[in-house]
Design a protein around this ligand. Sequence first.
Ligand SMILES: *Cc1c(COP(=O)(O)O)cnc(C)c1O
Length: 461
Amino acid sequence: MSNKKKRSWAEPYKIKMVEPVKMTTREERQQAIDEAGYNTFLLRSEDVYIDLLTDSGTSAMSDRQWAGMMLGDEAYAGSRNFYHLEDAVRKYYGYKHIVPTHQGRAAEHIISQLMINEGDFIPGNMYFTTTKLHQELAGGTFVDVIIDEAHDPENEHPFKADIDLNKLEDLIKEKGADKIPYVSIATTVNMAGGQPISLGNLKEVRKLTQKYDIPIVHDMTRVAENAYLIQQREPGYENKSIQEIVLEICSLTDAATMSSKKDALVNIGGFLAVNDDELFDKARNMVVIYEGLHTYGGMAGRDMEALAIGISESVDYDHIRARVGQVIYLGEKLVEMGVPVVKPIGSHGVFLDAKKILPHLSQDQLPAQSLAAALYLDSGVRAMERGVVSAGRNPETGEHNYPKLELVRLTIPRRVYTQAHMDVVAESVEAVYQNAKEIKGLKFVYEPEYLRFFQSRFEVL
Ligand SMILES: *Cc1c(COP(=O)(O)O)cnc(C)c1O
């Protein structure tokens, strides 16, 4: 392995099928972004040239996964593919029981409803939009206990997703362990810029929570990428395989929610995994209300087969090294160009620091939303806002939440784009950055109640 590390990370695959993308003129893009209310979520994908909106459900599947799709057993009950998926979850993640769901938020819904009582507090390493909302809908309050370094885009801490053990223990002492149904741990932390948690920290969190008898629920959406960054950065893990590190992370937690649309290399799907027999029984009962029978839970047999294969591919060293390598390639290019980005470069995307790029806009003028729209106008590259719009409103006061980080996420789909695409993206970001003074802020003209970033509409100020 050490020999391999000295060489470039060229893609460990060749291309068998291509999908043409549309090039548009600036006039066409102006019309498209007007119609979309300056929200990149409301653009038609046909009008997008390079789509970096999200790495969710956008991966290219392998020939083995496509072959697996043909082996779908579409029985209502007891599909063969469910058992393959169950085997893969046990082998690669080590959890005992699995409840399939249509995607990650459905697993979050089930675990939140089963474990959280009105008035509970759920500490976590920074929030994720859907995770936090399901905790709130179950009557809980999310409490951020991530280390302070995570809120500083310039700070080069190698494990910005680590938990601040003092913040966690203070919360337990203040609220009482019986008010904390679980600690929520994400690998990696999306909202902090795709940053990993270290195994050293997770072990400490495990020790502390065991002292108070509090379980850990793992948001394992990007666990393979987190494992790769541990292998690259954490002393003692350089000679461990990705598979071993993934298993060790999972072994320190009690249950997991998975959006398999990210690391697990499929276009749809997810699951809830638990070790506790009683909790499993309840989850298996609840899934039939909201998703489907417990042996498919919202997924077709063929999708479960593709997922079982995707899980095995996701922990392959050559795959994950090239995947993260491509993200870092784009990030380092932008750093060289002087563009303010979150550091260190994350594993699934490069996060532009909109506060620094647009210092003339206040947070009320929605700088990240404005920057994402400007980037689309320049080149047809689609990115996503991760700032005040994503942070939503405080359910009690109705005021905007003002996150410290005001970011635009350039999220790289897995196995989809080439290095030349990354070059074009970097050139466009540089051009937008150089003309940043011209970019005007935005204001809301329509705002839905929940997860407003998806459907809000805006107007130029
Ligand atoms: C995507 C995501 C989810 C939600 O999963 P969906 O499949 O989109 O419902 C939860 N947590 C994290 C960290 C995610 O990135």
